[in-house]
Design a protein around this ligand. Structure first.
Ligand SMILES: NC(=O)CC[C@H](N)C(=O)O
Length: 383
C-alpha cells in the first residue's frame, strides 16, 4: 500500500471532469476544493505562483518534478512595506499538484510547503504522475477538477461523491473572481523619498511584483478597487496602471469600459495581462480562450519591428484576437513565437503600453523589466 508511506499522514484524490481519477499522497489542509486544472512550466518560484491572484479559482499542476526544495520564505521579508517573495498576502490557488515534495533546505525557509498550505486551508497532492496530467490537459485543454485531501486513517471520499461536488460547481469561465482579489478601499504605496510620479491603479488583483517594480523606480501607486470609475483613476494622477487579475475578462464589462476611458484620456497607461485584455475589449477588440493557456517563466516573446526576443513570465488563459485590433487605435507590440499569440499592444502615440506577459516576472527572468523603465520615463518626463 504505497499510500501508507505518505509522511504527511494524508491521502488525496484528484478527479477531472472527463472522469480521470488520480490517487496520491496529500499535503496541506484536509479539504475538498474545485478549480480549473492548469499547469505551469516554471521550474522555480512556487511561493510567488501560489500567491499570484491571477491563479484564483485554479488547481495548479507544476511540471517541474520536485517542488518545495527551498521551503517557504517568511512573509516578514519585506521591501517598500510589502512582502519580497510573495505576490499577495495569501495563497490564491484552490489546490496544488506536484510530483515529489522534498523536505526543504534553505537559509530563508521559514516553513515547509505542507505547513504553509495547511495553515492557509489549501489542499495539495503529491506523488502523482504530473507528466500524464499535463499531457492530458495539453490534449484536452484545461479542465475542471476537484481535489480532496483526507487523513489516511479515515475513509477517502468516494469518486461518486467527488463527481457530485464537481458537477454541482460553476465552471471557471462563469465565475467572477476579480472582485475577491481587489482591495475594498484605496491603498497608497509610497516609495522612499519624493515620488517621481503618482499613478493610480485599477486593481483587479495586482501582483506585488508590479508594485515593487513601480516603487523601485520612485513611483507612488494608489490602488483602487476594481469597481472604481475613470474619474477616480484620472483625477490628480500622472498616469494609470491596469493590473493583472483572475478569471474571464469578458465578465468584466464595466471594467473594460473604464479601461477604454482612461486609455483615451490623453494620460499614459500601462496595462498588464488582464489589464491588457480589459483595455483591448473596451476599445472594441475580441478575447478568446486559449486551449491550455500560457503559464511559465520561460516563454519567448518577440518585439515586432525590432525583432528583439526576450524570455518572459506568463500566466494567462485568454488572449486578444489579432484580427480584432482594427479600429481600436491599438497596434500589435509583441508576439509569442510558439503559437503566435498576441503578447502586447500599444497606441500609435506610445502613451498606452500593454503586455499580455508579465514584465515584473515574480517569478521569472527580468528580460522585460525595461517596459517599466519606458513607462516611468515617459510619465516622469511629462510632469
Ligand atoms: N495574469 C493575468 O492577469 C491573467 C488574466 C486572465 N485572467 C487570463 O487568464 O488570461
Amino acid at each position: 500500500m504505497p499510500l501508507l508511506r505518505c509522511r504527511t499522514g494524508l491521502g488525496a484524490r484528484l478527479l477531472l471532469a472527463d472522469g480521470l481519477g488520480v490517487e496520491g499522497c496529500g499535503f496541506g489542509a484536509p479539504a475538498t476544493r474545485v478549480g480549473e486544472v492548469v499547469f505551469t512550466t516554471a521550474m522555480t518560484g512556487y511561493p510567488e505562483s501560489l500567491t499570484d491572484p491571477s491563479y484564483r479559482g485554479q488547481i495548479l499542476v507544476e511540471t517541474h518534478p520536485m517542488v518545495g526544495n527551498y521551503g517557504v520564505p517568511s512573509r516578514a521579508r519585506r521591501v517598500y512595506g510589502i512582502p519580497l517573495d510573495y505576490e499577495s498576502d495569501r495563497i490564491q490557488v484552490e489546490g496544488f499538484v506536484v510530483a515529489e515534495l522534498p523536505e526543504p533546505s534553505h537559509y530563508a525557509s521559514a516553513m515547509s510547503l505542507h505547513e504553509w498550505l495547511r495553515g492557509e486551508g489549501v489542499p495539495g497532492i503529491y506523488r502523482v504522475d504530473t507528466r500524464m496530467l499535463v499531457e492530458r490537459i495539453r490534449e484536452h485543454g484545461v479542465i475542471m477538477g476537484v481535489l480532496s485531501v483526507y487523513p489516511l486513517d479515515e475513509e477517502p471520499p468516494s469518486w461518486d461523491e467527488l463527481a457530485r461536488v464537481l458537477s454541482s460547481s460553476k465552471s471557471y469561465d462563469e465565475r467572477l473572481f476579480a472582485l475577491e482579489t481587489s482591495p475594498r478601499e484605496p491603498i497608497t504605496h509610497s516609495p522612499p523619498g519624493r515620488p517621481r510620479a503618482r499613478v493610480s491603479m485599477l486593481d483587479c488583483g495586482v501582483k506585488y511584483g508590479i508594485l515593487r517594480q513601480l516603487l523601485h523606480r520612485g513611483v507612488e501607486v494608489t490602488r483602487y478597487p476594481c469597481t472604481a470609475g475613470a474619474d477616480e483613476l484620472l483625477d490628480g494622477y500622472d498616469a494609470v496602471v491596469l493590473s493583472n487579475g483572475p478569471g474571464n475578462p469578458a465578465l468584466l464589462r464595466a471594467q473594460a469600459r473604464v479601461a477604454a476611458e482612461v486609455a483615451t484620456s490623453g494620460k499614459p497607461v500601462l496595462a498588464v495581462c488582464l489589464g491588457m485584455q480589459l483595455l483591448s475589449l473596451g476599445l472594441g477588440a475580441r478575447a478568446y480562450k486559449l486551449p491550455y493557456g500560457h503559464r511559465g517563466v520561460n516563454k519567448p516573446v518577440v518585439e515586432l519591428g525590432t525583432g528583439r526576443c526576450m524570455v518572459t513570465t506568463h500566466n494567462h488563459g485568454y488572449a486578444i484576437d489579432w484580427d480584432s485590433l482594427e479600429g481600436t487605435g491599438l497596434e500589435p507590440w509583441f508576439r509569442q513565437p510558439d503559437d503566435g499569440t498576441l503578447e502586447g499592444v500599444r497606441s500609435r502615440d506610445g502613451l498606452v503600453l500593454a503586455t499580455q506577459f508579465h514584465p515584473e516576472a515574480g517569478p521569472g527572468p527580468w528580460d522585460s523589466s525595461w517596459v517599466f523603465d519606458l513607462f516611468v520615463k515617459m510619465v516622469a518626463g511629462r510632469r
